[in-house]
Design a protein around this ligand. Structure first.
Ligand code: C2E
Ligand code: MG
Ligand code: MG
Length: 697
């Protein structure tokens, strides 16, 4: 007998009433298998065997006295075991064979042709093994899927094509606050936020129509408690073999927190941090919307541009905290003026824009502007100090003054400037003439650009008198522009423009150089030793570069520092007090005199000026003008002189035109004076002759 050791094992359950036939089969199979075989001939026996043992295959006779292959197939099926089932029969017709195969038999073999049996068994056993493995894997993956499904960190659901929830996992239940049972009784439409339903259904339509394979969208569900939850939804469709839609697989991610962060970022990007009012970018949106709306409704709308007057001074003298508090209070008040659909935006430190929609009459915009001025004027106590604000407002109207956001803003801005020029604390409607003004400014700027190279500038000199002895102690260099087309243009008209355009830098350098060179020339020519005062404008240059420029100019011209005085406005110091203080210390160290020009027009207190190494205060001519008639101005001038003296500062009064003014100032021991009473500013060549004939006062 051959060794059976190397043969593959085969466990057979044989359904057969004849022991002889069984023996035949056993012999046949033993040749190629290490065989174990049980024979049964009744349903009960077969059931028992299947229960107790594991088999690789069932081989069954076709017809038996108390059993049949058909009945045996039923027993096998009922047992839940999946085994190949081969019918071995003495007689079996073609029809019966087909019926048996339909009932689930794997094959049939005629008893007279057992040679066919072996390959059939071999094939069936191999197939069964493959099937078993596949089933095992499917089962495993099903289990894996189940685990993933239920424990997933995202919501997962199967949804019927009509929207019914077929299967939902725990995470989804958590997200929407419904139990699984509750959810299975609903559709996704039931819990979708109304605003998001339309786009969702459109996606569903497209995916059903096979236009897209999957879609992702952000939408809101309504939770059981009525609150909304933002989710990210990804949907794909599973189709049956015939292509008909079976169900959707939806993956649902709770993105409420991300949405909140996004909303926060959005808010930050579109709102002013201090007041939470819309900022410039959101304002532009709102204006554009308002325009569209006004166009449809055939209404007007108004843009009010509000700029606070001298707000910078509050910041500078009282500190930014106080300034901030005032701005917050003001924002609140402005919001109170407008209706829900209107906008109040903060577009700069002290600039606000109001967008008023649904205007029927111009007067409505006017009323709002008046209200704005009123709320500005309401006193506000901050840190124990009662403060008032005032501002200038420019108004532009849609459609009259512009049909787009840019034009409306620009024109409201132009009108605001006009309000400032007209004396502040008022409002102005935009007019086309303001546009003309802008054009005028543009051409002026162009001409100014060429004025330097064409040598159209010159300096005039105005003497400064020491009241103690009537002697001339210095002269102020004042810029003049002889425009070939405009004639003499006063500095007040072109210096602000030169500042805005940056032209003030080369112009200012020219002034400094010319004044120093001239003074040096006069000294060389034997004129008495005088100090020349040069105006430095607020935006002329960064202060630190000023030191270098002055150094260079003095070196180039050979003028001694003691013969130069710089006139600086308060605002220049206040713009950047720290940097100013250090620059002024440098200039002071160089031996240059420093004067504060136009003193009294700004907010700075004298005590504040102590921080700067200043020698002279020039009282603005607006106070001097009325000292003999206006008691307030008289009081101010007296106070300034007294305080300046206590700070050991020299005081120079500007704009002295009459002998009465002179006497008043002399009585109050003002030291220096400048004004038409002594002399107007003179062209260079007239100055020395004037000085020669000067008799003193
Ligand atoms: P400011 O520095 O306060 O100069 C004094 C102004 O008062 C000068 O006007 C002068 O002509 C005028 N003035 C002098 N005495 C009298 C008087 O008795 N009555 C009246 N009504 N006015 C008097 P100006 O020359 O038109 O200059 C105006 C302003 O332009 C100057 O004011 C100064 O701020 C600026 N400015 C002039 N030249 C320069 C310059 O070279 N650079 C810079 N940055 N600014 C300059
Ligand atoms: Mg001056
Ligand atoms: Mg002045």
């Amino acid at each position: 007998m051959e060794s059976t050791k190397s043969l593959p094992p085969l466990r057979v359950l044989l359904v057969e009433d004849s022991e002889d036939d069984a023996e035949l089969l056993r012999l046949e199979l033993r040749r190629v298998y290490k065989l174990s075989m049980d024979r049964v001939e009744s349903a009960q026996a077969m059931q028992r065997a299947l229960n107790d043992q594991e088999y690789d295959i069932v081989i069954s006779d076709h017809v038996m006295p108390r059993f049949s292959s058909t009945a045996a197939l039923a027993v096998l099926k009922a047992s839940g075991k999946v085994l190949p089932f081969i019918i071995v029969s003495g007689t079996i017709g073609e029809e019966l064979a087909v019926a048996a195969m339909k009932a689930g038999a794997s094959d049939y073999v005629l008893k007279g042709n057992l040679a066919r049996l072996l390959p059939a068994i071999e094939r069936e056993v191999a197939d069964a093994e493959v099937r078993r493995r596949a089933e095992h894997e499917a089962k495993e993956s099903e289990e894996r899927f189940r685990a993933t499904f239920s424990q997933a960190a995202v919501g997962i659901a199967q949804v019927a094509p009509d929207g019914r929830w077929l299967r939902v996992n725990q995470r989804l239940c958590d997200i929407v606050g419904y139990s699984e049972a509750e959810l299975l009784g609903k559709t996704f439409q039931d819990i979708t936020y109304a605003d998001d339903l339309e786009s969702d259904l459109e996606y569903v339509r497209q995916i059903l129509a096979d236009e897209i394979r999957t879609f992702t969208m952000e939408k809101r569900y309504i939770r059981k408690d009525g609150t909304l939850v933002w989710i990210n939804l990804t949907v794909s469709l599973v189709r049956a073999a015939d292509g008909s839609p079976k169900y959707f697989i939806s993956v649902i991610e709770d993105i409420t927190r991300r949405k909140a962060t996004e909303a926060q970022l959005m808010h930050l990007a579109t709102h002013d941090h201090l007041t939470h009012l819309p900022n410039r970018s959101l304002l532009q949106d709102r204006i554009t919307q308002a325009i569209a709306h006004a166009e449809r409704a055939e209404r007007q709308m108004a843009v009010l541009f509000l700029d606070l007057d001298r707000f910078k001074n509050i910041n500078d003298s009282l500190g930014h905290d106080v300034g901030d508090k005032l701005i917050i209070v003001l924002a609140e008040r402005l919001r109170g003026i407008v209706r829900g659909g209107d906008t109040v935006a903060r577009v700069g430190g002290d600039e606000f824009v109001l967008v008023i929609t649904e205007l029927q009459y111009e007067t409505q915009a006017e009323n709002i502007a008046r209200k704005v001025l009123e709320v500005l004027a309401e006193p506000e106590v901050v840190d124990g100090t009662e403060l008032f604000l005032c501002g200038s407002i420019g108004i532009s109207l849609y459609p009259r003054d512009g049909r787009d956001c840019h034009t409306l803003l620009k024109n409201a801005d132009a009108a605001m400037y006009r309000a400032k020029e007209a004396g502040r604390n008022q409002f102005q409607f935009f007019t086309q003439e303001m546009n003309a003004n802008a054009v005028h400014r543009l051409t002026l700027e162009n001409e100014l650009r060429h004025a330097l190279e064409r040598e159209e500038f010159s300096l005039h000199y105005q003497p400064q008198i020491d009241l103690a002895n009537g002697a001339v102690v210095g002269m102020e260099a004042l810029l003049r522009w002889h425009s070939p087309t405009r004639g003499m243009v006063p500095p007040a008209e072109f210096i602000p423009l030169a500042e805005e355009s940056g032209l003030i830098v080369p112009i200012g350098e020219w002034v400094l150089r010319t004044a120093c060179a001239q003074n040096k020339a006069w000294l060389n020519a034997g004129m008495q030793s005088l100090r020349v005062a040069v105006n430095i404008s607020a935006r002329q240059c960064r202060l630190n570069s000023l030191t270098k420029l002055v150094e260079r100019v003095l070196a180039d011209t050979g003028l001694d520092a003691c013969h130069l005085e710089l006139e600086i406005t308060e605002s220049l110091l206040m713009d950047n007090p720290e940097e100013s203080a250090s620059t002024l210390r440098d200039l002071n160290q160089m031996g240059i005199q420093l004067a504060i020009d136009d003193f009294g027009t700004g907010y700075s207190s004298l005590s504040y000026l102590k921080r700067f190494p200043i020698h002279t205060l020039k009282i603005d001519q607006s106070f001097v003008r009325d000292i003999t008639t206006d008691p307030d101005d008289a009081a101010i001038v007296k106070a300034v002189i007294a305080m300046a003296r206590s700070l050991k500062l020299r005081v120079v009064a500007e704009g002295v035109e009459t002998v009465e003014q002179l006497e008043f100032l002399r009585a109050h021991e003002c030291e220096g004076m400048q004004g038409y009473y002594f002399s107007k500013p003179m062209p260079t060549e007239q100055f020395a002759p004037w000085l020669d004939q000067w008799q003193g006062v």
